[in-house]
Design a protein around this ligand. Sequence first.
Ligand code: ADP
Length: 490
Amino acid sequence: MSTITPTQEQDVVQRVPKGLFIGGEWRDATGGATLAVEDPSTGEALCEVADATVEDASAALDAACAAQAEWAATAPRERGEILRRAWERLVERQDELALLMTLEMGKPVAESRAEIAYAGEFLRWFAEEAVRIEGRWATAPNGGMRMLTMRQPVGPCLLITPWNFPMAMGTRKIGPAVAAGCTMVVKPAKQTPLSMLALAQILEEAGLPGGVLNVFTSRSASKTTGPLIDDPRLRKLSFTGSTEVGRQLMGQASKNLLRVSMELGGNAPFLVFEDADLDAAVEGAMVAKMRNIGEACTAANRFHVHASVADEFARRLAERMGALKSGRGSEDGVEVGPLIDDDQRGKVRELVEDALERGARRLTDGAESDGRGYFYPPTVLTDVPQDARMLREEIFGPVAPIAAFADEDEAIAAANRTEFGLVAYVFTQSLDRAIRVIEQLETGMVGLNQGLVSNAAAPFGGVKQSGFGREGGAEGIDEYLSVKYAAIKA
Ligand code: ADP
């Protein structure tokens, strides 16, 4: 890609609508309040977007409820074709949307491009699923009646998305909701509202009727979403974010017994056995650790490596991580962007200091730049002791802690020694071992000899405190459908 100019940066920001999208109209927040969106690579404001009030949030739910019956009755093919057109537009506008995402979130443009493609795949996948919402017809075992089973849209949904994948975390909720015939209110994270606003505009252009998708941006997530969760008209809550907030939302959702999907935190183990292809393991580690600057719930959070190859693996990983080029994501050749904000950088720094105090050794340079932006250097730590906080807590940054294990049982025990259970990575060339280990891991997903599991055609999700519900795959649409059964006299 050719060098991106400041004018191009300003243009993409300028073109995005900055208002609330409610009932098919773009408008300002009641009272006209706004909130600033910051570029994490400079700490400077990019623009202002509407800061919704409680009344605005409630208007968004009103619009979703008003549109629900007609939308549920729309032909499945029509719903699918809207998603398909939106996918095509997303792909056409990939460069511009990628730059926009990089500016608000920080990741290198190449990674933003990959996210736009990934985000688009959910629209494409669910365009195909919209026409495959099927039921069953059966005769009761005693022959006394017929049993008709159908799947219907759950109804108006609230979709809350995080800042780390500002577009893909949206499409994997919006795609199935649209396909299933649900209407929705979406609240993106305040750090990265622009990608979601651009997506709303694309869905509008693709022909989504007014009121089906409503988006509001707000400084205060709990104040604006709380009353919606309490509203008996809402039927479903889908949340991607931290386990802490997920727990809180689960509590709130119990009041109306909402259908709930939760994609929460992770603490992914990355297991390298003595029979692994070490080249593939280092390559997989780079992807599993450094994708999204380590700010992913699927990020490899701790590396458990067999003692016979631990030093070699650590040396090679440190060499690769230490050579990465950091900088603004829109600059040529940059491989690592800034973290999202100073709080996040502070947390990462604290976890590294804790590990070093407990006896870990740093294999990379470690010098933090004192310039602007929330940069943290890619860091590899070895001999990380079991009591180090970073082996238990989600790092969400470019830091790879390595600990050695002696045998397979110890590796599995270490991998499962966490409250989280989203994903695990396993590197081995033994088929027997691979099957044994995959079956014993307490996670919703496993990457075998590869560092990336995400795919729109696969069911993404966790167990334990990583949440429940699946996004993508054949399972993804089930979260937005309820089963109805009719007993028919015959
Ligand atoms: P992170 O730690 O990745 O920022 P959060 O869980 O804090 O994740 O945020 C994920 C999403 O949840 C964001 O859209 C955020 O605004 C929203 N959020 C945070 N706290 C609450 C809350 N109490 N009620 C509703 N939404 C919330």
